[in-house]
Design a protein around this ligand. Structure first.
Ligand SMILES: NC(=O)c1ccc[n+]([C@@H]2O[C@H](COP(=O)([O-])OP(=O)(O)OC[C@H]3O[C@@H](n4cnc5c(N)ncnc54)[C@H](OP(=O)(O)O)[C@@H]3O)[C@@H](O)[C@H]2O)c1
Length: 228
């Protein structure tokens, strides 16, 4: 399986976005540079479709020298807008949209015509219901996605959010390294980066085999290896 790093920028009170979903930019300039260094150092960057719909990121290396990694959007229902920046003319060829085996062929064709790859994968039950729904939902099976990336010799993946994708990865113990940029800001109600992990007893908490902390401009950086 590829090595999976999760990187997030959070406020001091643990939020990755305001209650309206705004997250750009929680961290300062030095930490943005750090984010681009991490992109440069991984073979692929992955985000959930929620992040594409909210932030429309380019997922390129810009603030440092380096080659753009492969871009992966996890999107079970192919909600990605055809105008998304990751599907623009100069980026689509290096973008994979990971979706359901049952994805509608017409929509798949539209995305493929832009130059991106649509990767059809099995779905797995996710206990986090979709907004407005009370029942568990079916989402891209992350183990199947990583197995396919491994087959393609993609050895490292940087996950940049958002909250639902990170929660799924943590719940399935698929994260190797966690980099948290902590900005000296408090925003109160907002979006937390980890949802329900099913931890009821502290002995079940996710812990670290090693970690370091450092400054990045005004921000603090926690960089740890998750204990497996
Ligand atoms: N501060 C930061 O570092 C940072 C970074 C990134 C994003 N953000 C913020 O985070 C927010 C977006 O977070 P989000 O939770 O709404 O969206 P998200 O995690 O980016 O995307 C979640 C969506 O991905 C799809 N998905 C497919 N397979 C999945 C799986 N196995 N597990 C989980 N999701 C899967 C699901 O939609 P389907 O069911 O339709 O497939 C799910 O709703 C935005 O406000 C953004 O600004 C902050």
């Amino acid at each position: 399986m590829p090595l999976v790093t999760v990187k997030i920028a959070q406020t001091l009170d643990g939020r990755i976005a305001t209650s309206t979903g705004q997250s750009q930019w929680i961290s300062g300039d030095s930490s943005l540079k750090l984010a681009h260094e991490l992109r440069r150092d991984h073979r692929a960057i992955m985000v959930g479709i929620g992040t594409v719909l909210t932030d429309d990121p380019r997922l390129t290396v810009r603030l440092v020298e380096g080659i753009d990694p492969l871009r992966i959007v996890v999107d079970s229902r192919l909600r990605i807008p055809l105008t998304a920046r990751v599907l623009s003319e100069d980026r689509a060829a290096n973008t994979i949209v990971a979706t359901a085996e049952s994805a509608g062929p017409a929509r798949v064709d539209q995305i493929r015509r832009l130059g991106a790859e649509v990767l059809r994968l099995p779905l797995a039950a996710d206990q986090t219901p979709r907004r407005g729904s009370a029942t568990p939902t079916a989402r891209v099976e992350l183990n199947a996605l990583f197995a396919e990336l491994d087959r393609r010799e993609v050895q490292s993946v940087l996950v940049e959010g958002g909250a639902s994708l990170i929660t799924s990865l943590l719940k399935q113990r698929l994260v190797d390294r966690l980099v948290v940029v902590i900005a000296p800001k408090i925003i109160g109600a907002g979006i937390e980066w980890a949802g329900n992990l099913g931890v009821r007893d502290l002995t079940e908490a996710i812990t670290f085999s090693s970690f370091e902390t450092r400054r990045s401009g005004e921000d603090l950086v926690f960089d740890g290896q998750i204990r497996k």
